[in-house]
Design a protein around this ligand. Sequence first.
Ligand code: HDE
Length: 742
Amino acid sequence: MSSAMASQILPTSAKQVLTGGGKTTDRKEDQLNDNIKEVNPESRITSDYGVKQTNTDDWLRITRDDQIGPMLLEDPFGREKIHRFDHERIPERVVHARGTGVFGTFKLHTPIPEYTKAGILTDTSRETPMFVRFSTVLGSRGSADTVRDVRGFALKFYTDEGNWDIVGNNIPVFFIQDAMKFPDVIHAGKPEPHNEVPQAQSAHNNFWDFQYMHPEATHMFHWTMSDRAIPRSYRMMQGFGVNTFTLQNDKGERFFVKFHYTPTLGVHSLVWDEALKLAGQDPDFHRKDLMEAIDHGMFPKYKFGIQVIPESGEHDFDFDILDATKVWPEDLIPVRYIGEFELNRNVDEFFTETEQVAFCTSHIVPGIGFSDDPLLQGRNFSYQDTQITRLGVNWEELPINRPVCPVLNHNRDGAMKHTITKGTVNYWPNRHQAVPPATKEEGGYVEYAAKVAGLKQRTKSAKFRDHHSQAQLFVNSLTQVERNHMINAFGFELDHCDDPIVYERLTQRLAEVDLSLAQSVAQMVGGPVPEKEGRPNHGRKTKGISQFDFVPEKPTIATRRIAILIADGYDAASFNTVKAAIKAAGALPFVIGPRRSEIYPAGWDKKPGNGVVPDHHLEGQRSTMFDALYVCGGVDASAALAKSGRAMHWIREAFGHLKAIAATSEAVDVVEKAIALPQVSVSQGDVHESYGVVTLRHVRASSLKEAVDFAKDSKGFLEQFFYGLSQHRCWAREMDGLNTQV
Ligand code: HDE
């Protein structure tokens, strides 16, 4: 095999080995590289114990006169191959089984020594390597990415003082206040016990039965019925540590803290119909989206922020700050952004990195501590325990989990121990003074000396019993668009419950939060429509709840996927201009034709090289996989597209999913045929815009001069098209009821 051939088929890491590899600026990457098996043109298949094999296809067997005889148990290679295969699977995570991971780097820009002595939060010269795993909660490892669910957003910082994990979600609150309820909420959400239905869905009797029976879930289930539970991309999703942690400074003072991470691309979601379709059309949609962006060098970035409350302020609020079913409203406690992380490297191997990565909320570093948040306290027990079941007791020696700082102690043995510790003693204290604990001055972790006194009992403080105020705060803070989506989400979920007691009671619970919401849902799903509010709505709102609060300051279409529809006879000038402009704006153009072989422009011979080979064909992909659509003109191309039911469906569906659509010359007729465009609302020269559909009718570029003219004309056209896309979706289309043609 030539090295050129090898570099085509080998994974990135192996390519690095072939091309010399070398040290990077990332300590974790260097450490991982030491574990990478070298693959080079001289590599040959060996058994696991190192013997080169000549045949890996035929089991050793008896043959006679070209007749096949019995296989021999003796064959060590045959047995090794099958035995290894039989044991390839490890238990999937009991929750968050479906996920994807990437590497990244954290950089601090604003040190906070006033709150903490943690090096990662005080030293701006550091670049801390990270591993991040995104996940859904309920589905199995093979389930679809776009289902309605909470998303896990777990961070592992490989700091100089040890690993620090924030095992967060994309929703800032949780269903339960006490870890002891976790098996119940998860059992209720997972497939039902009698038939293992449904997969990766909360739309079933048991889930909603539990939500009603367990009122502390009220706030959280409003979040999961909002658009937060159907993100457009992991790159456009917030993350939250959810639990209340503490920070401790050099003076020994302690502060309560919540961690936030906010994407620079804004917070955006799919629309529900699109999410449903994608679950079948491209179950890997989110993981592919993330890998694609990183492969293109479009590294997702997130601002890292903190909300801080001094220890003395613990009881200053009408909610308990240790209650994970409550947010700390941003109007009261603003988020202060102190750093940024970017995700910049895809894994080399999914199993050894993403599947074997293991997070623990209990993994904190000096300067960071726990609080008495009862959910956090339980989590601190659970994660270490689950990793032992999933990966074995030596899971922290696995390359992906290993800290970048020295690890040395007297823990020993257990299955699959890798490291070899020299020395004659494995206990402390010992006569050699070998491996003593560290002092504070040496960077040892010193627990905060908290005073604790009280009664031992199974109860929580009174503020923990208010389950409605923040649910109201959430609903009140949504925009009309978001509220409508939430009503439809409740409608969908409760429609999948066939036990009337489940959906009837749930709508009664909704009336304790917002009467008109409850009425709308009850009308959709059946059962008595509540007439009276269960309790008065306090009417308060706060920022940081609505996704519209996170629109990037400067409109951007960076990283967005734009489909360009063409057919034979397309107009090359407009095609080239628009495609180049999309790239220049940092977005990704994808050419879609009736076939994935060369498509020829108007006025050119159908000779290889004169046209363009599309990235996909109309049947191979769907509009759901793109953020916007440009339909390119040309007489023959437009006639062909207008005749294609699938092309019509692409346009209609993109319109129904509120996406920006643009068309030039004859393609304007194609778009108008597909969708009943309402009256043109904005018209600027030849450019017309109506409900996010931007058209430029008079383009003809049969000559160079005309092509240049088009490039000039297209300025307003492209600006409007791109602006529409930067707003993510055309909400006016939905508000005015025009999106029904999906
Ligand atoms: Fe988890 N959770 N969890 N969880 N969780 C796990 O640990 C658990 C909770 C979260 O990408 C498990 O390694 C308990 C809240 C994420 O590998 C397990 C309680 C939040 C991930 C576990 C909670 C999370 C997990 C399963 C209630 C948001 C995926 C596999 C006290 C802040 C991490 C594993 C990854 C995974 C237990 C509640 C987030 C069983 C007992 C609240 C992102 O240990």
